[in-house]
Design a binder for this molecule. Structure first.
Ligand code: PLP
Length: 444
């Protein structure tokens, strides 16, 4: 009884006091809600002690599972030294060690680490660095003030990162607040050379005014798990080099193993000028982000303080020691436990389970890049009919997965699966069959 009362109190406090992100709050208030109390490995446990597979890695962050003993110990060890000291004017031990490690594992040429504490601010830093770089390089190019983005891009929710985004539903309200970008069209049904020809036209016409191109490599996550045609990233990197445009790669979602390699850009042999990392960097434990830069970019910010070449940007918790300590341990465990090598057969198993969903007429395209999966729900694949967005079929099916012991969160009518990298083979099967059952019961 006391436990039941405590569970009700949590739900009540949540409903009375929390304004949830990306959440239609009227609907939230009208329904019973889960309050997560603890986690363990692949699982989350709610206020009633019920267990769920964490099918989206707690919004794409958990790498090694919840309550991982080595990650827990890393935080406790650091807590015994210090929880926080500022990176403005001081260094700290874990931030220094992590920067060394990030530079060692990052794509070639990225040797400087600028810390922040979430993906949006790390993108924001990259945009400002790119803009400032052209004004401060040895031969300044003051005309380079614009950015190229991709159709359907998502890079975060601060005003600069929203400006770099192109998702109508999320971004249209804020249009009057945003700076304009040049959005490249992308036809996912055509190959890379077709899409690169369209991109080349934009570069040819506008490069004199473009500071940088910003994109997610290989997969656009929040855009709907849209997988780029092979060779597209390599071609874009070539165009950036040819036309003197900096390349910013946002690996907030794709980084730290999600696409099957440590960084997605490795798969096309591309090293950007700026690389944005967040989410999985701490294994899903604490907020931390990093914007990595090349020596060439960094050097433009060197000079006598009177010259004002400083990058006037920073956050209170930039490079927080607890977050850096757990990030270091996350990287150590990924290597020591050979997590990426063990991921390969899991990706294949995932793929074969996903193919079983295609027997449903309500499953449209299934897109997979490593452990990033999007499943389009359609009214009828055979008849080519879509669901109207306001039916919110994605949300309904995701909700229906909960009694089956699975937590997922959709993007519109696309179901997203992105489990922890260490999920058991058994739970990969369980996750996909629960999705199949929810589709069968809730798609009409
Ligand atoms: N960039 C990408 C590609 C993302 O997927 C996200 C978040 O989903 C962000 C940036 C923003 O990260 P954050 O939510 O930590 O601000």
């Amino acid at each position: 009884m006391a436990e039941q009362n405590y569970a009700s109190k949590l739900e009540r406090y949540d409903k009375q006091n929390i304004w949830h992100p990306f959440t239609p709050m009227r609907e939230w208030l009208d329904h019973d809600q889960l309050v997560i109390i603890r986690g363990d490995g692949d699982y989350l446990y709610d206020q009633h002690g019920r267990r769920y597979i964490d099918g989206v890695s707690s919004l794409w962050v958990t790498t090694l599972g919840h309550r991982h003993p080595a990650l827990n110990r890393a935080i406790v060890r650091q807590l015994d030294k210090i929880a926080h000291s500022t990176l403005l004017g001081l260094g700290n031990e874990p931030a220094a060690l992590l920067a060394g490690e990030l530079v060692r594992i990052a794509p070639r040429g990225l040797t400087k680490v600028f810390y922040s504490d979430n993906g949006s601010t790390a993108v924001e830093a990259a945009l400002k660095i790119a803009f400032q770089y052209w004004r401060q390089k040895t031969k300044p190019v003051m005309s380079k003030t614009k950015f190229i983005t991709l159709a359907n891009s998502y890079h975060g929710d601060t005003v600069g990162s929203v400006s770099a985004g192109n998702i109508e539903l999320f971004h249209k309200t804020y249009k009057p607040l945003l700076f304009k970008t040049l959005a490249l069209p992308l036809d996912y049904d055509r190959d890379a050379s077709y899409n690169l020809r369209a991109a080349a036209n934009v570069f040819r016409r506008h490069h004199r005014h473009v500071a940088a191109l910003v994109m997610e490599p290989l997969v656009q996550g929040a855009g709907g798990m849209l997988v780029h045609p092979p060779g597209y990233l390599r071609g874009i990197a070539r165009l950036c080099r040819k036309y003197g445009v900096l390349l910013i790669l946002d690996e907030v979602a794709t980084g730290f193993g999600r696409t099957g390699s440590l960084f997605a850009c490795e798969q096309e042999g591309v090293s950007p000028d700026l690389l944005v990392l967040a989410k999985g960097i701490t294994g899903g434990y604490l907020p931390l982000a990093a914007t990595l830069a090349t020596r060439r970019v960094y050097d433009a910010f060197l000079g006598d303080p009177k010259q004002n070449r400083t990058f006037f940007h920073g956050h209170t918790y930039s490079g927080n020691p607890l977050a850096c300590a757990v990030a270091l341990e996350n990287l150590r465990q990924l290597r020591k436990r050979r997590v990426l090598q063990k991921l390969r057969p899991k990706i294949r198993l995932f793929q074969s389970w996903l193919s079983t969903l295609s027997s449903s007429d309500h499953v449209g395209q299934i897109r997979q890049k490593g452990f990033m999966v999007g499943i389009d729900l359609v009214k009828s694949r055979r008849r080519g009919q879509l669901y109207p967005p306001d039916l919110r079929v994605g949300a309904r099916v995701s909700q229906a997965c909960r009694p089956l012991g699975l937590i997922i969160r959709p993007l519109g009518n696309t179901l997203v699966l992105m489990p922890p990298l260490t999920i058991s083979n058994k739970n990969i099967g369980k996750m996909v069959s629960s999705v199949g059952q929810a589709i069968a019961n809730h798609c009409l």
